[in-house]
Design a protein around this ligand. Structure first.
Ligand SMILES: [Zn+2]
Length: 140
């Protein structure tokens, strides 16, 4: 098989297979500083190691796309966390409101018992709940 003199397999971009004059090495100092391997592993289900027999370069266009994709991925993950925390906060707030409403209902029921039935143990309990609910409501 005749090989073109210009063709050098090791000089192809690992991500798009094109040859270009401006490439970054995945495993050299700049590649490590720019976290190329980490970003590739985060975004692409391809296994790239120092020892494999494939090219270890990435062209500028692919580095740009990789940076954008990684940024987008991080942004999506951050949004996911923020929205989940927000949903949790709403759930806790709703639970607190329900607790206060439940105590207020107890207060209403308890006060009816108070007017009807003297000093039974149930009425004393109702009064205790009313005091707790009153404190809870006045903290709002
Ligand atoms: Zn490329």
């Amino acid at each position: 098989m005749a090989m073109n003199d210009d063709f050098n397999f090791a000089e192809l971009c690992r991500l798009c297979s094109l040859k270009s004059n401006h490439q970054l090495q995945i495993f050299d100092k700049e590649g490590e500083q720019r976290q190329l391997l980490f970003k590739i592993r985060s975004c692409i289900p391809a296994v790239i190691t120092k020892e494999d027999a494939l090219p270890k370069n990435i062209c500028q266009r692919c580095v740009y796309k990789l940076d954008m994709f990684y940024e987008f991925r991080v942004s999506c993950m951050t949004t996911d966390t923020v929205l989940k925390n927000y949903a949790d906060s709403l759930k806790h707030l709703a639970a607190s409101v329900n607790q206060v409403l439940a105590r207020a209902t107890w207060f209403t029921t308890g006060s009816k018992c108070l007017t009807n039935g003297g000093d039974s143990a149930l009425n004393k309990g109702g009064l205790k709940v009313w005091r707790k609910a009153h404190v809870g409501i006045s903290q709002w």
